[in-house]
Design a protein around this ligand. Structure first.
Ligand code: NAP
Ligand code: HSE
Length: 437
């Protein structure tokens, strides 16, 4: 028998995800006594605009008064789905200080203030669950913290942004250019009116900070993540990727090698045979490598009303079960190490370079010379037939340190025979022990 006959929660936010949570709870409410040995009720819903019509949510539960929720001793769980930094951060801290458990989907907050919030939860013997903050409906946070806890995780790679995956899929499969694919994503409601956070890689960067912190047991914040978005990717880059047997994806890559961490988000060419290459449209996937489990991939819907609400509901039920068993705070902060970040310039990758050059004798030797003098070893080169005295030179490098490539690119900028460095894109190569790439 559980300790409580009825568990009351409050929703902060009744937008896409909040509305979904409310809906699922109505559908599943009759099963709650069997699932958690108690009735589960959302007794208040905090919103900004009390006059907005909200399908399925009764007017009596709506409020715009946070204090009335905070001070209500009957409300034991706060489900924060407002998004953004404030007032979400203050509400969560106040709720924890008042002894209320918290479920949130707020990646912005967790990627920046994760430590502070987890410490507040621990101090107050409360649960703070945030499964929906990464990859929406895909279970990944609890699997990492629980099912895979016996592993040393050395790599996490993720397609963790659906909007950019949709855009790159349209560019790859339908030959669209970036602007056309973005417009289509906006028309279909994948991309927001202001898509900056998605297309510049910021949303994925926040999710990777959270994933890396959990996978490597060491706090990584958004500011530690090396981020590059997809706005400069062209149809031509995608075409070359295909020619070389690669697919272009916006990938989050987190690695721990010899207890140094590297976390980044960048467009990357991955072999078309890699499982992540076949994750298309707005789907998300997270690929992990652990020393015991080997490779494992989690795939599904990374956003949307019901998929995201599914993850929130899972957290809510987990919190209710903990409450019934008197074991709240069972899995709190798992960052028990303090690993350093690897210096960004020392990270080693293979690169695809697309150079627009004058069709002159010695150009190939000039480019090869600059790369060689800067420790950038060439793996493959393609030169296309010249048009109007200008040609495209495409180089794929071996694994090189980022700082060495940067030095070579600076010299290219001074060379009159190089009209433009049109693209610099990372190329996947198999992770090896004792190596970052
Ligand atoms: P949303 O549709 O914009 O809804 C936000 C809700 O919060 C609205 O009901 C809004 O009230 C309310 N709200 C915002 N600021 C408030 C304030 N200061 N006081 C009171 N109420 C406030 O957002 P969402 O898409 O559901 O996202 C919620 C959270 O889930 C975010 O952290 C987001 O990053 C995360 N998430 C979303 C998705 C997704 O697919 N949408 C996926 C994964 C994670 P009004 O309705 O009155 O304006
Ligand atoms: N904007 C995100 C995406 C969904 O496109 O994946 C919310 O995390």
């Amino acid at each position: 028998m559980g300790r409580f006959k009825k568990i009351r929660a409050a929703l902060l936010g009744a937008g896409t995800v909040g509305g979904g949570v409310y809906k699922i709870l109505q559908m599943r409410r009759a099963e709650m006594p069997a699932k958690i040995q108690a009735d589960l009720e959302i007794s208040k819903v905090l919103v900004r605009n009390l006059n907005k019509k909200r399908e399925g949510i009764s007017q009596e539960v709506l409020t715009d008064d946070w204090e009335s929720i905070l001070k209500d001793p009957e409300i034991q769980i706060i489900i924060e789905l407002m998004g953004g930094m404030e007032p979400a951060r203050t509400c969560i801290l106040q709720a924890l200080e008042a002894g209320k458990h918290v479920v949130t989907a707020n990646k912005d907050l967790m990627a920046e203030y994760g430590r502070e919030l987890m410490e507040a939860a621990e101090r107050n013997h409360c649960d703070l669950q945030f499964e929906a903050a990464v990859a929406g409906g895909i279970p990944i946070i609890r699997p990492l913290k629980e099912c895979l806890a016996g592993n040393q995780i050395t790599e996490v790679m993720g397609i963790v942004n659906g909007t950019t995956n949709y855009i790159l899929t349209r560019m790859t499969e339908d030959g669209m250019d970036f602007d056309e694919a973005l417009k289509k994503a906006q028309d279909l409601g994948f991309a927001e009116a202001d898509p900056t956070s998605d297309i510049e890689g910021l949303d994925a960067g926040r999710k990777m900070a959270i994933l890396a912190s959990i996978a490597f047991h060491s706090r990584v914040t958004f500011h530690d993540v090396d981020i590059k978005g997809i706005t400069k990717i062209t149809a031509k880059d995608i075409q070359y990727a295909k020619e070389f047997g690669y697919t272009l994806k916006l990938l989050g890559v987190a690695r721990n090698v010899d207890e140094e961490m590297e976390v980044g988000v960048f467009p990357m060419m991955i072999p078309s045979t890699h499982p992540l290459a076949n994750v298309k449209d707005a789907f998300n996937a997270v690929f992990i490598h652990g020393d015991a489990v080997d490779d494992a991939m989690f795939q599904g819907k990374g956003a949307g009303e019901l998929p995201t609400a599914s993850a929130v509901m899972g957290d809510l039920i987990a919190v209710a079960r903990n409450m019934q068993n008197g074991c709240c705070g069972r899995i709190g902060c798992s960052c028990y190490k303090e690993l350093p970040m690897k210096a960004s310039g020392e990270s080693r990758h293979r690169y695809f370079l697309r150079l627009i050059v004058e069709d002159r004798t010695g150009i190939l030797a000039g480019v090869a010379g600059v790369l060689g003098n800067n420790n950038v070893s060439i793996n493959q080169v393609i030169q296309k037939p010249a048009v109007d005295g200008v040609t495209e030179l495409v180089v794929i490098t071996d694994k090189v340190e980022k700082r060495h490539l940067k030095d070579a690119l600076m010299i290219f900028e001074q060379m009159s025979m190089i009209r433009e460095v049109a693209s610099v894109i990372r190329v996947y190569s198999q992770r090896q022990e004792n190596d970052f790439v």
